[in-house]
Design a protein around this ligand. Structure first.
Ligand code: OXD
Length: 314
């Protein structure tokens, strides 16, 4: 019998365990508790403690129940022999997250493009006043990170009629999106952007990448949207760019420390919109359907998609 170990940080496991049992009736599924060192064929995890994976006998694959695999890759950097080479780390392919991401980024872009915060302020002042409209053709948006979710968001924004640029480490081609790749193209990609959307995986190269140098390349008053990882933004540089007016605002869904500590200056900065890491939530039914079919394929010796390239880090 296939045995599955389940752990999902800060989430009620009961509905997951029930759905898994429905989709994989042939499996023995258990929630991980501290001290459980019994063998398992598969581990389905989101932000697990290291102990869950250490010296786990029998593992064939680890499924990450979210988009970013940085927590697991962090473990592997510190403990290179944590997973034997035959054990794949598999991430979700979209699983309903792309549509949520499109909506989240779309609303943030439109709020800035249609000046809704400025109209909100005018309403507070009970003033009927028409602001000069922004012109869509003069409103380039840049998406950094063209992975599974980044490509969808870039195409979505292009379909909304915006000029869209995409930037990634390796070369990509995307209809309707001007694609740039490699560090040396960064200044051209960033030049004059009205909105910058961060969708990069967290790696040693992307940590602290969104700093004052990047912000200074954007159009004055540009908007930053971070739906990736907080550690990619230099918080003090962001606050300084907002104070100086180089950035007009920011929509942040990811933070260095989550939950965002109550004393953090972002809470008090009116130009920053904050959401608690909800841009794209893992959809249980779709994720379980996907993982169950991958487990069935792996059990038959077939190959599956979504395997993380450990050297690249995504
Ligand atoms: C993430 C997620 O990776 O929420 O941030 O899935």
């Amino acid at each position: 019998m296939i045995s599955i170990l389940f752990y999902k940080h800060q989430d009620d496991p009961a509905p997951w365990l029930a759905d898994l049992a429905r989709h994989l009736p042939q499996a023995q599924i258990r929630m991980w508790h501290p001290g459980d060192a019994d063998p398992a064929d598969y581990a389905l995890v989101w932000k697990p403690p290291l102990e869950l994976l250490q010296r786990r006998q029998g593992l064939k694959a680890v499924f990450n129940l979210g988009a970013g695999v940085d927590v697991l890759l962090g473990f592997l950097r510190e403990h290179p022999f944590l997973l034997p080479p035959h054990v794949s780390l598999i991430k979700l392919d979209d699983a309903g997250m792309a549509a949520q991401m499109n909506h989240y980024v779309g609303q943030a872009v439109l709020r800035h493009f249609r000046q809704m915060d400025a109209y909100g302020q005018l309403k507070q002042e009970m003033r009927w006043h028409v602001l000069p409209p922004k012109i869509q053709a003069d409103y380039p948006i840049g998406v950094m990170g063209l992975g599974a979710l980044g490509t969808q968001v870039a195409s979505y924004l292009a379909a909304m009629g915006f000029p869209v640029r995409g930037w990634s480490r390796s070369r990509k081609h995307l209809a309707g999106v001007q694609c740039y790749s490699g560090e040396e193209t960064l200044p051209v990609f960033l030049d004059g952007l009205q909105a910058l959307v961060n969708m990069m995986p967290l790696t040693a190269q992307t940590e602290n990448m969104l700093d004052r140098t990047v912000f200074n390349c954007l159009a004055r008053g540009a908007h930053l949207i971070n739906v990736a990882r907080g550690a990619q933004v230099v918080d003090d540089d962001l606050l300084a760019a907002l104070s100086s007016g180089q950035l007009g605002g920011a929509t942040l869904d990811a933070f260095r420390t989550e939950p965002l500590p109550s004393g953090h200056p972002f809470w008090r900065e009116p130009r920053i919109a904050i959401t608690p890491h909800i841009a794209a939530l893992t959809e249980r039914t779709e994720s379980i359907r996907q993982i169950a079919s991958k487990i069935e394929a792996l059990e038959k010796g077939e190959s599956v998609g979504g395997i993380v390239d450990l050297a690249r880090g995504y």
